[in-house]
Each structure stands twice: as C-alpha cells, then as structure tokens.
Design a protein around this ligand. Structure first.
Ligand code: FE2
Length: 458
C-alpha cells in the first residue's frame, strides 16, 4: 500500500510541479499537494494544515528558495525541506543545506528525489523521537527536582571522593543557610560538615561506598545550626554516596515528653502502691513490714531465676501489696494470739479474692490482680481460693508463695514466736515439687545457703 504524503510545493511552474508529483507517484507514495508561489501564500498554507514535506524551487519570479527556506525556519516546522532546481549551482546548493534544507535535487536528475524524500522523512522521524525523549527526560528531571526541593527531608549525593554532587533546598539550608546551590556543588564533605571526621561518620560513609551496606545514625547539629536532632541514612548511589537526612527534633521532643510523663505516672503509681501497702499494715500491725520483706525476697528469687525485667517488676509490685485484701478482715482476728477457729480462718482466706478485687480496678500493665488472687494456691491444688494446680498458677504467684512462707515462718507472729530461717527452709524443701515450685525453691535455697541473703540488706 502506498503511503500518503502531504506536500507543500513552492513552485511557479504548474508543469514542473506536475512533473515532480508524477515522479513521486510512480513509487511508494500517494501524494496530495498544494502549490504556492509567494511568501504570503506559503505562510498561509503552512498555517492552514499539517504537511509532511516541503519541496521548493530555487529561482521564481516573485519568490526564491532561499526566502522560502527563511520562512520555513522562522515558523520552525519539523519536516524535511528539499530544494529542487534546474539552475542552482553546487556552491549555492551547499549553502541551502547549511541554512536548514535537508537536501537539494537537480530537475534533470529527479531519480534522486524519492530516495531523498524517504531519507528526509526518516531523519525527521528520528529527530522527533529524540526530541520527545529529551522532553520526557527533562520533564521527569524537573518533576524529580521539584519533588526534592519541596521535601522537608534533606537529600544529598556525593561522589566517591565525598565531594558534593547534588543536594536539595532543605539540605542547602542545613549545610550553608542562604547559600547558592552552584557554590556548594563540588565542595568536600569535611568543609560542609566540619564534625564529620572526628565523629567517625566519614569512615562509616567510606565503608558504605566500599561495601554497599547502608548506614543509619542519629546526630545533633551544633548550636549555631539550631541543635537539631537528625536521623541520617547513608546508602550507595552509583560509585558514590546518597544521604537522606530527616529532622526528628519534634519527634525527639515528643518522646522526651512522653518519657517524663511516664516516669511521673510511674512515681504516682509507686506512691499509690506504697500507700495501699501501709493501709493493710495499719490494720495488721503485727505483720508490719511483712509485705516489704516478702517483696525483697521475691525480687531476689526472680533475679536468681534470671527472669525478664517485666516479670521481676510484677513480682515486686504484687508482693508489696499481696495481703491488701486483709483490709476486709477484722483486726481482732488478724492479731489474735493462738489458734484460729475454722470460721476465723475462712475469713482470713477471703483476703486473696478481696486483694484481686481491689487490684483489678487499678490499671496495672502487669497481671498484679491475678498474682494476688493466686498467692495462696499450691501446686497440688490444696491451696485457696480456687484450688487450682501446677501450670494454672502464674510463675509470679509461685515465687510470691515461697517468699511469703519463708518470711512468715522466720519472723514473729501474734500466735507464735519466730520458727527461724532453718525451719522455714526445711518447710519449702519438704514441699518442693509437691506444693511449691521446684525451681523457685532451689533459687530460694541458693540465696540463703550460698549467697548470704538476709533482710538486713533491705
Ligand atoms: Fe497472704
């Protein structure tokens, strides 16, 4: 199938125009043309529609190929312009090429015309494609630049010698406020960030370039740069280094505020716990200090077991208020010398659940309420209030149980004198694995027998 070709013909001779068109039609084109012979008609034609090519005579009575070429250049059309002339000399023809014509053909050698048109169209197509690619690239570069410059993060790119290659507005404001970008490009990092060498970061950046492994660090800018907290991510870009720096000053301030408010809350909570502990001891003066001593031993056992910090904290907090439920038991029963009746003992037993009820209303992060509930449970299910067994009892409660028994037996009680630490250790040893957790008992024994534990160190 023949290719359609819209030709603007600048030619004063109708016959010559027909001859040329006939020549083109013989081959692969189906030409459609308009003939003009003055500058005005040429301009009007160029403005009226899209043309594929301009074929222009050189010598015309009212116009010349050179003037036509000037109009063509002025209007900046991206199509081939071929001079076809019978009279043009070689030198002049070469001049037209220099002025922007794509080729020139002698009228007595029209056989060259079609190959010349084909070449011209192909060159135009290639030129257009290249221009489009450059346009797209520029557009994407512009988009990237505008993105980088509007970002609050700091971007900078450095070559393998750590000289600055590229940076965005935010980075200029950090490195050299008010400076012009072109004055910074090419500078050494050590000139722009004087502390980079002594902080050891320069070596780290060189390592990033060498290994390709990204490096993250936080730093504070010097006071003259506002003492800002920065998070820096350095990564390999080509043979050099890319750096993405984020200002985390606001985040750091918020974290600091949160930490302070958490510490304050923790202090308030500790105050509340101590107040709770002293309330029950007011009601039960004979066991004064019992909870603190139990807590001291329970924490030591937890540490001996190598438990997690959170568990140690929950054991300590629970221990210090473990008998809070006794607030509900009449003081006359708590401080009664001698043996208790069954009813009196069952009243004492309610303190585990009462303690749980009190603690569950306090928003502890740790399971304090459950530890209080279970601190008189025994491995074999013989404890109270629920008679639960082994794995159903929290480890924290098992630790509290052993510490509670050892402390209670080794100190004076209203109903009996102190039985002594040996008796207390004998009791947990006898119950080891049956009613008391074996590992907890072992840890407690190590403390007293090998590590010289005693409450005087409190
Ligand atoms: Fe208790």
């Amino acid at each position: 199938m023949k290719k359609k070709l819209k030709i603007l013909m600048v030619e004063d001779s109708k016959d010559d125009a027909l001859l040329i068109i006939r020549n083109i039609s013989k081959e692969s084109f189906e030409p459609e043309y308009e003939r003009v012979e003055t500058p005005e008609t040429m301009e009007a034609a160029l403005n009226s529609k899209k043309w594929d090519i301009i074929l222009s005579d050189y010598n015309m009575p009212n116009f010349s190929g050179l003037d036509a070429l000037k109009i063509f250049k002025k209007m900046d059309f991206k199509i081939p312009f071929i001079i076809i002339s019978g009279t043009i000399g070689e030198e002049l023809a070469i001049d037209t090429i220099r002025l922007g014509a794509s080729d020139y053909i002698m009228k007595d050698n029209l056989a060259r015309l079609v190959p010349s048109i084909k070449r011209g169209l192909q060159e135009t197509r290639i030129k257009k494609e290249r221009e489009n690619a450059i346009k797209a690239l520029t557009k994407s570069e512009d988009r990237l630049k505008s993105f980088m410059n509007s970002a609050t993060e700091l971007f900078s790119i450095w070559n393998s010698e750590i000289n600055l290659v590229e940076l965005n507005k935010a980075a200029i404001e950090l490195f050299s406020p008010g400076a012009v970008k072109k004055d910074l490009i090419g500078k050494k990092m050590t000139d722009l960030i004087p502390s980079v060498k002594e902080s050891g970061n320069l070596d780290k950046y060189l390592e990033v370039i060498k290994t390709g492994k990204p490096y993250y660090h936080e730093q504070i800018t010097p006071p003259q740069l506002g003492s800002r907290n920065l998070a820096v991510k350095a990564f390999k870009v080509g043979k050099g280094l890319g750096m993405l720096t984020t200002d985390i000053t606001a985040r750091k301030l918020a974290e600091d505020k949160l930490r302070k408010s958490y510490t304050k809350l923790q202090k308030t909570l500790n105050g509340t716990i101590n107040a709770l502990a002293s309330i029950v001891e007011t009601n039960d003066p004979y066991t004064s200090g019992h909870q603190k001593r139990v807590a001291f031993l329970a924490i030591a056992i937890s540490e001996e077991l190598g438990l997690d910090e959170n568990i140690i904290e929950s054991v300590g907090t629970a221990a210090i208020i473990h008998d809070i439920g006794k607030i509900n038991v009449p003081a006359s029963i708590l401080s009664k010398p001698g043996k208790l009746s069954d009813i009196e003992f069952s009243m004492i037993k309610t303190h585990s659940r009462t303690g749980y009820d009190i603690a569950k209303n306090i928003e502890f992060v740790l399971p304090i309420d459950k530890i209080l509930l279970q601190h008189h449970e025994r491995l074999d299910g013989s404890g109270y209030p629920d008679g639960i067994k082994g794995k159903d009892i929290l480890l924290e409660a098992k630790i509290l149980t052993v510490a509670d028994v050892v402390e209670a037996m080794s100190t004076h009680r209203p109903y009996r004198p102190s039985l002594g630490i040996d008796k207390a250790l004998e009791e947990i040893s006898k119950g080891k694995g049956k009613i008391y957790d074996s590992k907890v008992v072992d840890a407690c024994e190590v403390l007293f027998m090998k590590k010289d534990f005693n409450w005087d160190k409190m």
